[in-house]
Design a binder for this molecule. Sequence first.
Ligand code: C5P
Length: 232
Amino acid sequence: MGKDVIIACDFSNKEEVANFLSKFTEEKPYVKVGMELFYAEGPEIIKFISSMGHKIFLDLKLHDIPNTVRKAMKVLSGYNIDMVNIHAAGTIPMMEAATEGLTRKDGSRPLLVAVTQLTSIDEERMKQEILIDKPMEEVVMHYAKCAKNAGLDGVVCSPLEAKKVHDLCGKEFLTVTPGVRFVDNDSGDQVRITTPAKAKELGSDYIVVGRPVTQDKDPVEAYRRFIREFAG
Ligand code: C5P
């Protein structure tokens, strides 16, 4: 599986996305569509971006009862997307139902990855509010193992956890990692961050980068710099 940089297109409408993507005249970056854009524009935004030739990671983080997730995934299986995600906290029956729903009649399906613990949740809050009193790393590794047992393709995690996930779940099990910055970038609200070169060294398969590309004066050059350091 080749390494790639996924640009988080965290824009609020189609015009902003179209304006941003039109700057890329030579390469066709892999694009992440999140809840904000998808709920604003609906499935049309997927048709629009895929018609321009981009791969799409649809980041909707489904988490509901297995029957509902199975049916929702069946709908998403009809979209021209390459990757979609769910919360591992939905447990194995929900993850298995998601896989079933997403699988098309011909047996093909987009990649399915699970969010382990959101990077916005710290160990203290996890303990106080979700009543999980294990160390964060142990929780993330356990969720990764459950996702693998449920037949998923990988997890969304911190790049700092990528190596351990691969040691536990195998090299083929994908690690999709946000929280990547150049040392000279503003880290924004990301806390567990690393550089693209370090993410590569730790074995991340895909890095998800938003603001360091979308807010740069020259987004195409910023993207190329990420590609050079991570996938080059
Ligand atoms: O702008 P930035 O590079 O921080 O964007 C990272 C992207 O990855 C955002 O779309 C954010 O929602 C997403 N993400 C994250 N941490 C997670 C899961 C998703 O930063 N644990």
